[in-house]
Design a protein around this ligand. Structure first.
Ligand code: FAD
Length: 405
């Protein structure tokens, strides 16, 4: 006899855990299977940013704001400490020639309804004393938020459990069970489970699992690396980007005064790798410094090139970090689609399979996707339109070598 459930979720990252929570809230019998431990994948390896600053107006911003707007209440409902900090985020700059485009960013974002101010160097240092005198100014968005991503996942999973969902760690899904045009469940290393709906929330692993049922997903791997310092005095309560990180965002690249050559660091050239220069300080005082970015395939190991790039740029831009002790470094796979929006949809061509994968900025978008999946299952009205996240939307590609957000 096969075990049976209404909904079977594959993956215990932020997307799977949030989906389990929203389904359990609606009383839907739900089982979540995680091959390793909760947050073992990209979520537990990330910087903890819920970044609004440069999100594109439209579905991208809507996805994040649906979570950001009610975040205090949500965290209250989850009844867990997620090290939430709603103090906002900064992008600092150190080159006078960058000032005009930073000013233009602030004007454009305010015109688009994203509140933002341009801080002087002194104002930026008042918020983030770690920043050196060489910082000339910073853009500041009060909506940027920080969570501790492993706690974020555990909070959703814990609340889901209390509401009756079964959350099982250490159970690997080996393949989707397909009978004709229907996905009827999954085969795991602990036996088969039948489900009315299977939710594929396996992040970067989603394409290989879809392939076990003969299905293709246009989701691609980008490797990001992080260095963690030993604990330092606790003083940084904002999330921080260096201006060079902005070239990864099309809202910034598309500004008339953007000039590529002003936002590339010599160290990036030397290492032939780009740096998404961002930092956050955890409650234990350690800093997470990231993120070296490249596309070597499905590679989960950090390398010396990435670690050197991170260390060299941060020691140059924030000299106080030269005093920092080294704790560890790691890599994670950020799954992306070419339009940077996740796929949150019933898979065309088969019944019984919902895909919720391809999240570039999952800390903010993942909880919203969880809500969207729950509404697909229960038939309730979705919190935002599902159309932009359709699996069969125009433009998605089965191969991609790089990505700009
Ligand atoms: C270094 C780094 C920094 C980042 N920084 C940020 C940031 O600051 N803010 C932000 O919003 N986003 C950030 N991201 C992106 C963010 O981490 C992802 O968008 C998000 O984690 C995706 O969540 P997910 O639940 O889809 O995937 P994951 O967190 O990867 O979860 C998928 C889970 O599925 C499990 N799984 C895989 N195969 C199976 C199987 N066969 N059976 C059962 N379980 C399986 C995995 O073990 C994993 O736990 C960053 C990513 C990286 C790598």
């Amino acid at each position: 006899m096969r075990e049976k459930t209404d909904v079977l979720i594959v993956g215990g990252g932020i997307v799977g855990a949030a989906t389990a929570y929203h389904l359990a809230r609606q009383g839907v019998p739900t089982v979540l299977l995680e091959a390793e431990t909760l947050a073992w994948g990209a979520t537990g390896r990330n910087l903890g940013f819920i970044w609004v600053h440069t999100r594109k107006v439209g579905p991208e911003l809507d996805l994040v704001m649906a979570t950001r707007t009610g975040i205090d209440q949500l965290v209250g409902e989850l009844d867990a400490d997620v090290e939430l900090q709603t103090n906002g985020g900064l992008v600092f700059f150190q080159d006078e020639r960058q000032a005009p485009v930073m000013r233009e960013l602030v004007e454009q974002r305010n015109a688009n309804g994203v509140p933002m101010t341009l801080l002087s160097g002194d104002e930026a240092r008042e918020l983030v004393p770690l920043l050196p005198p060489a910082v000339l100014g910073a853009t500041y968005c009060p909506l940027d938020t920080q969570v501790e991503p492993t706690l974020w996942v555990q909070a959703f999973a814990g609340a889901a459990r209390r509401l009756g969902a079964q959350i099982r760690e250490g159970v690997r899904v080996e393949r989707l069970l397909r009978e004709g045009d229907r996905i009827v469940g999954v085969a795991t290393d602990a036996g088969e489970i039948e489900a009315r709906d299977v939710v594929l929330a396996a992040g970067g692993w989603a394409p290989e699992l879809a392939a076990t049922a003969g299905l293709e997903l246009p989701i691609h791997p980008m490797r990001l690396q992080i260095v963690q310092t030993l604990p330092m005095p606790r003083e940084t309560r904002h999330i921080v980007y260096g201006s060079n990180a902005l070239k990864q965002y099309s809202t910034f690249q598309d500004l008339p005064s953007f000039d590529d050559s002003l936002f590339v660091n010599e160290v990036e050239w030397r290492h032939d790798m780009l740096l998404l220069e961002g930092l956050s300080q955890k409650a234990d005082g350690s800093y997470l410094l990231g993120c070296a970015m490249d596309y070597p395939g499905f590679v989960w190991d950090a390398d010396l090139r990435g670690v050197s790039l991170i260390n060299e740029v941060f020691m140059e831009h924030i000299p106080r970090l030269r005093e920092a002790g080294f704790a560890k470094a790691w890599a994670g796979i950020l799954p992306f689609t070419v339009d940077n929006l996740p796929i949150v949809d019933r898979m065309p061509g088969v019944d019984g399979l919902i895909v919720a994968a391809g999240h570039v900025f999952g800390n903010g978008s993942g909880p919203t996707s969880g809500q969207l999946v729950a509404s697909m299952v229960t038939g309730e009205a979705p919190v935002i339109s599902l159309e932009p996240f359709r699996a069969a939307r125009d433009g998605l590609q089965l191969t991609a070598d790089s990505s700009v957000w």
